[in-house]
Design a protein around this ligand. Structure first.
Ligand SMILES: [Zn+2]
Length: 244
């Protein structure tokens, strides 16, 4: 299985997260929030099979770390995986939307120089702007919308743009989250935790906790566990073979 959005470097106890990845043997997309964290995070997970480090600049940090775009550009050809990137229109961040937009567009534009990027995207309270940007940079790569909170119409629009959707145990904590999951095309669903930020019952999530989502999809999709696993594995293989 997989965790397509995990902040491995930000767990307080690195040994604990590394053990979970090793024991589960899940494919883990280890996202970073600033380009200066990329090299250290690569080293942290060295030797772990199926653990990939993404190069990111988090929208909540864009206004403070815009200067790191130079480093982003320098490192961008060293990894296929980009994230966490995106936009955040929530209170406390929406006043920086202009700089967030210029950072996000810079990154998408840079990624258009390649044909194989996979992007994990934060879209909290900025879904419409995210979809507009993806529409504007169609060759930037294959987007995965992480913890996507949107309307049904926006879900369809995103699917049309070729987006995947990564869903985690924390999304099952709200009826809104569950409703959104019911709208997702099954062939675009991936799993994530967003640990250590995301929690369930006050406990920090680890990659192995994606099992909670598999159990949920059993019922939601009315499928045997093995069929759910096959579906999700197939989605991951398709994602990894995508080019654009
Ligand atoms: Zn995140």
């Amino acid at each position: 299985m997989m965790d397509m959005h995990c902040h491995v470097d930000l767990y307080p106890n690195h040994q604990e997260i590394l053990n979970d990845i090793r024991q589960s043997n899940y494919y883990v997309l280890s996202v970073t929030t600033v380009p200066s964290a990329w090299e250290g995070t690569v080293k942290l997970t060295e030797g772990l099979n199926h653990c990939k480090t993404a190069l990111g600049l988090h929208p909540q940090l864009a206004h403070q770390r815009e200067n790191e775009l130079v480093l982003f550009d320098k490192l961008v050809d060293q990894t296929r995986y980009i994230g966490e990137i995106g936009l955040d229109g929530s209170s406390g961040y929406k006043e920086h939307l202009d700089v967030q937009l210029s950072v996000f567009k810079h990154i998408l534009n840079k990624c258009e120089e390649f044909d194989d990027k996979i992007l994990t995207i934060h879209s909290l309270n900025a879904v419409e702007q995210i979809l507009d940007c993806l529409n504007q940079f169609p060759k930037s790569g294959t987007p995965i919308l992480h913890w996507f909170l949107a309307t049904k119409k926006q879900v369809f629009k995103a699917a049309e743009l070729g987006c995947y959707f990564s869903i985690g145990p924390a999304m099952l904590q709200s009826s809104r989250g569950k409703k959104i999951i019911s709208w997702l095309p099954q062939d675009r669903v991936l799993l994530e935790t967003d640990g250590p930020f995301a929690k369930v019952d006050g406990k920090v999530l680890f990659p192995s906790n994606v099992n909670l989502v598999i159990e949920y999809l059993n019922q939601q999709w009315d499928m045997e566990t093995q069929s759910v696993l096959d579906r999700l594995s197939h989605n991951l293989v398709t994602l990894l073979s995508s080019r654009k």
